[in-house]
Design a protein around this ligand. Structure first.
Ligand code: MG
Length: 384
């Protein structure tokens, strides 16, 4: 049985003020946190995100953090159920899970329970009772309802494909009346799903303050790291900086490609995460690293950080080089680093400084780079 996850993420977020699903938390968009628990169960075969055209790029960015899971991004509709319908049309699963794009705190346990039950049931929907006193406007004014009689319906909602397709087909023009699939099944097909106990922590981010509540669940922390590197310069050698070959006759003396800037970034990353230093990780006695591109070493370092629950938030580097000016290369360097680390270039800063003709830098005997990085560390459950 194939399982497709259809995510409704085309809402306008009017009560929130900006697009919720791409709002960043610890440097990653909200939709990343929404999708991650599903990926972590290992039981989802594909993800279909129905969202607005202008958010495609940002959703794709989130995908980069989610490993190799197949993912389609489709344009959503003007109301929720139209978006789900469009997602469903692209889904190939026998089982369809429908989830809100702005529910980032769903537990793997809830997803697993729903999928287990779908082996015998055709529709499984999580819900909770309200904790507040519950009233409704009735014909004779305000009436009290017993809390136990009220269900607050959550997602993910799980269905056998046929029943969901049938409900969407038969709803026709009435589709826009519905704000979730469970009510669609009840009112259109007369089918009552199996309601199971939902999860109070399965927040739906609606107001800005909800983000703060979610952050409290995350227990993330931010750390800083510092890196420094120096290489001797010699005439007739090549000079690599930030993965770019610099046009000059003075190059770095090194075991690897001698990319001083990347070495300082690597050391700063390792420092922030307390995972050692570049010399320990990539010893210059090892043949494996002789002449190697430091972009490869940066990639290895980044993977090590990710395995330990860290990711880079931003980088600020200064390169001390007498000649030539590095400014013409900076955009390309940022592009190289961004490509490896998967962070946008507006989180990478590289600055050039000269040595004013004095000292090792000024006399063109050395190149120096210094870097400060910030990394985020999230709880284990936020690591793929
Ligand atoms: Mg070095």
């Amino acid at each position: 049985m194939k399982v497709s996850l259809v995510v409704a993420a085309a809402g306008e977020s009017r009560r929130f003020g900006e697009a919720k699903i791409t709002c960043e938390i610890l440097g990653r968009p909200l939709i990343f946190y929404t999708l991650l628990p599903f990926v972590r169960t290992g039981r989802i075969d594909e993800i279909i995100v129905a969202t607005r055209k202008e958010l495609f790029r940002n959703v794709r960015k989130a995908k980069a953090y989610l490993g190799n899971i197949p993912m389609k991004i489709v344009e959503g509709g003007c109301h929720r159920e139209e978006s789900v319908k469009k997602g469903l049309e692209k889904a190939r699963g026998d089982i369809i899970l429908v989830h809100d794009g702005a529910r980032p705190n769903v537990s793997e346990a809830l997803i697993n329970r729903i999928l287990d039950l779908l082996e015998t049931k055709e529709a499984v929907v999580p819900a909770i009772n309200p904790v507040e006193t519950t009233l409704k406007e009735g014909s004779s004014g305000i009436e009290r309802i017993h809390r136990e009689q009220v269900l607050l319906v959550q997602t993910p909602q799980g269905f056998r494909r046929e029943i969901l397709e049938k409900a969407f087909e038969m709803a026709g023009e009435r589709l826009s009346e519905f704000s979730d699939e469970s009510t669609l099944l009840i009112e259109i097909l007369g089918v009552i799903p199996d309601f199971i106990e939902g999860d109070r922590e399965n927040l739906k981010i609606t107001y800005r303050s909800d983000i703060e509540i979610f952050k409290n669940y995350m227990m993330g922390e931010v750390r800083s790291g510092f890196g420094y590197d120096l290489h001797r310069l010699e005439e007739g050698r090549k000079l690599y900086l930030g993965g770019e070959l610099i046009e000059t006759t003075y190059g770095a003396v090194a075991h690897s490609d001698g990319d001083t800037l990347l070495h300082s970034i690597i050391d700063a990353m390792l420092g922030a995460s307390c995972l050692g230093d570049i010399g320990k990780l990539f010893p210059d006695t090892s043949l494996e690293f002789k002449g190697i591109s430091s972009l490869y070493l940066l990639d290895r370092t980044n993977k090590l950080l990710e395995e330990n629950g860290f990711w880079v938030l931003n980088i600020d580097s200064t390169v001390l080089l007498e000649k030539p000016l590095i400014s013409p290369y900076i955009d390309k360097m940022k592009g190289n680093i961004s490509g490896v680390l998967g962070i946008p270039t507006d989180r990478i800063s590289i600055k050039g400084k000269r040595g004013e003709g004095i000292g090792a830098v000024g006399e063109r005997k050395a190149i120096v780079a210094m870097t400060n990085v910030m990394v985020a560390r999230a709880e284990a459950k936020y690591i793929i």
